[in-house]
Design a protein around this ligand. Structure first.
Ligand code: SF4
Length: 337
């Protein structure tokens, strides 16, 4: 019996039923985040059962095999070829609304960090003199429930759990939260905790709490290491004169950021070219690169320069970093723009 996504996640079948009844689709595209795509056989079977139960027969279900890192980016040619798109596992990206035929389905992870793990983390917080925290996390986790567990252990929570969902380049009210002495980021791995640290410009204590591995880690040494590397690249980019600005699509198309970069570069009498790319890889940069390009600025996904392209042989900057260089304001680290 193949594994089912329902073994690990809850989702609201009623939302799916309503979507089927509203769109009465003949063709449905199913989008799953990276890491969960392999669950498609049992999921498609379940979706077929739901639609059959509603009297909707012979629907053709397709799985979207393109990379799905968030609700910020989807292949609109593909979505337009289907009557209905079921996008699992992400909330709506704050800077973009998907087309009308896309329905976002929440996935709630069934596991929670154990009381023992929370107590161990609380002990570490208390040793550090922390009594009040901000707790944020990705959409798959019940932040309200986890915040309650911390409160039961005597730790105050400074933020509102209903606004605690974060994205890799959007941190809700975390950067302006008052009174938190540390931040706990509930998510798989360290990606979002690193982003929170960058969004705070390297100030503030950050702990990553991972419900999948039931473990936590103090992130600041790692964040400082990444920041040292970023500042090294910024120093290299300071006297550069020719840039390629990468523009993305869907929620990753940011005209205001691109226009600000263009004006700044023009005002300094430097050069730029705008390159349009839905996905950016090292190979794509290599194909664009030539002796007249000094640095790249990625305005699509600001995590690519940090996570995927940091070892490219020329500086690849986030928009925030490019503003720091072009405005000569190297003091506080700016993330994402
Ligand atoms: S970090 Fe990148 S993938 Fe994640 S929400 Fe932002 S633009 Fe999308």
């Amino acid at each position: 019996m193949p594994e089912s996504i329902s073994d690990y996640y809850n989702f609201d079948e009623e939302v799916i039923s309503q979507a089927f009844l509203k769109h009465r689709p003949k063709k449905v595209l199913v989008q799953l985040p990276e890491g969960l795509k392999h669950f498609y056989p049992t999921l498609l079977e379940k979706l077929e059962n739901i639609s059959e139960g509603l009297g909707l027969h012979n629907i053709e279900f397709h799985i979207d095999a393109s990379p799905i890192y968030g609700s910020c980016l989807m292949d609109l040619t593909l979505t337009s070829r289907h009557d209905l798109v079921l996008h699992f596992g992400h909330k709506e990206y704050p800077y973009w609304s998907p087309p009308q035929n896309v329905v976002l389905i929440d996935l709630q992870y069934k596991g929670m960090p154990t009381s023992q793990t929370i107590q161990d983390l609380v002990r570490e917080l208390v040793e550090e003199g922390v009594k009040r925290v901000g707790i944020y996390g990705t959409a798959q986790h019940d932040i309200g429930k986890i915040a309650e567990a911390f409160k039961r252990e005597g730790i105050d929570v400074a933020n509102d759990a209903s606004r605690a969902v974060i994205f890799g380049c959007w941190y809700s009210d975390l950067p302006s939260l008052q009174g938190a002495e540390a931040y706990i980021i509930v998510a798989g791995g360290e990606f979002h905790a690193l982003g929170a640290g960058l969004a705070l410009g390297g100030t503030g204590k950050i702990y990553a709490l991972d419900p999948y591995t039931n473990s936590y880690s103090f992130m600041n040494p790692y964040i400082e290491k990444i920041l040292r590397k970023r500042y090294y690249l910024l120093m290299k980019a300071e006297d550069m004169s020719s840039f390629v600005i990468i523009a993305g699509i869907c929620g990753q198309f940011r005209p205001a950021v691109i226009n600000r970069l263009k004006s700044l570069i023009q005002s300094k009498r430097l050069k730029y070219t705008v390159a349009e790319a839905p996905y950016v890889t090292k190979e794509a940069l290599g194909n664009l690169d030539n002796p007249y390009v000094d640095a790249f600025i990625v305005t699509s996904c600001p995590r690519l320069p940090i996570d995927d392209l940091s070892d490219y042989h020329k500086p690849v900057l986030t928009p925030g970093e490019a503003f720091m260089v072009l405005e000569g304001s190297m003091g506080r680290y700016i993330y994402p723009w």
